[in-house]
Design a protein around this ligand. Sequence first.
Ligand code: NAP
Length: 311
Amino acid sequence: MKGIYKLAVVGVGKIARDQHLPAIAAQPGFELVACASRNASVDRVRNYRDIDALLAAEPSIDAVSLCAPPQVRYAQALAALEAGKHVMLEKPPGASVSEVAALQEIAQAHGCTLFASWHSRAASAVEPAREWLAKDAGAIRSVEVRWKEDVRRWHPGQQWIWEPGGLGVFDPGINALSIVTRVLPHEIALRGATLTTPSDTSTPIAAELDCVATNGAPVRAVFDWRHGPVEEWDIDIDTDAGRLSMREGGKRLSIAGKEIDLGREREYPALYEQFHALIETKASDVDVRPLRLVADAFLNGRRVETEAFGR
Ligand code: NAP
């Protein structure tokens, strides 16, 4: 029989309220019993100010889902794993690649599940796209990513995105990279990048990435936060068998000019199903490749200063 796990959510902000809480309520394998957030609380569960207070008061919790910004992910995950809890990480799984590797070792030492979630990989176009590219597409010739939106619309008032570890425009851009690294049958290597960075922020407002797949196909990505009013979250993959296009962040798929019928959108319910299955099978799922590409862009990118954002 499948277990029902007592769960706590840490960092009750935009994504916790928009997606995590409704998805958990609809998932019979988890019972939300508590939350930890400095300024917010959730009805009908016990609330604490931070994860240390939560862990001290709730020894029977089985798992935690970490929904605060990436800069505090490591400390929160460390505390939870050391207390023997299974941990689900919002994307990105850390503010650095090395801290995610450290968490993997700690999770293993404590016999806990660590799930680095990538919600865009659960978009309905992704698995059909992956299957077609693996079986029917022939050679991949090129990949073009355009991920553009208005930062003032999608991140109103958020300061952490502009601080070190906050990723800037890579906060949405990493979603595209999570899809590309999932669907392509090849690894990709970053060759160069341009990071357009306002004079008053630590992180970029726009970026261009120049990568190459192991079969030699160019993979280019353009991320821009100065775009609107209609966002563009598109990926085009040209192959021997025609073009595969994912639109609207993976909600729509066309292959060789034909629109494909997809199941209904259920990104976060699918993530909690996956977390549950990982706990049941005593497994972890930590794929750092999207974060590694972002880290490589910071490592290898040319920084171009642009006008102040006016935070
Ligand atoms: P958010 O609303 O700005 O932050 C979430 C909550 O985290 C805040 O309300 C805050 O709650 C807590 N928090 C903030 N700074 C903290 C700190 N220094 N220490 C401890 N807690 C802190 O951000 P969000 O948009 O929900 O994003 C959170 C994570 O989810 C990010 O990694 C983001 O990439 C990811 N995500 C966001 C979206 C989206 O559409 N927004 C979509 C997918 C994934 P308290 O003040 O109550 O502590």
